[in-house]
Design a protein around this ligand. Structure first.
Ligand SMILES: Cc1cc2nc3c(=O)[nH]c(=O)nc-3n(C[C@H](O)[C@H](O)[C@H](O)COP(=O)(O)OP(=O)(O)OC[C@H]3O[C@@H](n4cnc5c(N)ncnc54)[C@H](O)[C@@H]3O)c2cc1C
Length: 198
């Protein structure tokens, strides 16, 4: 999805700038002032903000709750029999095969308060539970090596529904993808873009 989006954007002449965080946004009578972490400011006529779980930090949107997820991927496992996507414990844990490896993540429910964060980082309690699940349920009686770990940040809320709206005349948001952004991200992006163009 991301690769198709980038391809289309570049083909249409869109310029893409990565590598700096926005510290503050202000909708003024001359447009939106975007202050970067490096201290310089850009002014644009209007803006679509799509920071999902980081909306609370950037826009003080209390209705978006960041939620961190721990994820691991194993080294390739010889003769891996598991095929498909699986969910466990009300969907808090999930695993699937990918290129002969197991991708396993979740377990946020084991330490809910500490995982209500938009800071990337390990949670050892949850990582231990994931390793235990891997060794005892997903791949029992098998030597399995973990290749790497990472964390991702979800944007959740009291209802499982994205927020796509103007929060001021020139600032539109498309956030709180509710853990469904791979499935619905393109639609939410289209709806957000349509609002900006109105
Ligand atoms: C472990 C995990 C598993 C998931 N599994 C699924 C799944 O199976 N199916 C599904 O549909 N969805 C799944 N999701 C959810 C999906 O990944 C998200 O909904 C989707 O990535 C949201 O896309 P987004 O572009 O809105 O936000 P993000 O992908 O979170 O991107 C937001 C971007 O904004 C940037 N940003 C934030 N603040 C600032 C700032 N101040 N300045 C500049 N940049 C900023 C961030 O660096 C980030 O690059 C999963 C998420 C996780 C974490």
């Amino acid at each position: 999805m991301m690769s198709a989006l980038l391809h289309r954007a570049i083909e249409s002449g869109v310029k893409i700038y990565n590598g700096f965080a926005i510290k503050h946004l202000e909708d003024t009578s001359q447009g939106v002032e975007i202050e970067t972490e490096f201290g310089w400011t850009i002014r644009v006529p209007n803006i679509l903000v799509a920071v999902n779980g980081f909306a609370r930090r950037l826009l003080s949107m209390a209705e978006v709750q960041p939620a961190r997820n721990q994820v691991l991927i194993t080294q390739p496992i010889p003769n891996l029999q598991i095929e498909g996507c699986f969910h466990y414990d009300r969907g808090y844990f999930y695993f699937r095969n990918i290129d002969g490896r197991i991708l396993l993540g979740g377990g946020r429910n084991l330490d809910l308060e500490r995982e209500k964060t938009d800071e990337f980082g390990a949670n050892e309690l949850i990582r231990k539970a994931l390793v235990n699940l891997l060794e005892t349920v997903v791949c029992p009686n098998q030597q399995v090596q973990i290749d790497s770990w990472w964390t991702g940040i979800l944007g959740l809320g009291p209802i499982k529904k994205p927020i796509v709206e103007k929060i001021s005349p020139n600032v539109t948001v498309a956030v709180r993808l509710s853990g469904m952004g791979v499935a619905i991200g393109t639609l939410v992006g289209q709806e957000g873009a349509a609002l900006v163009m109105e």
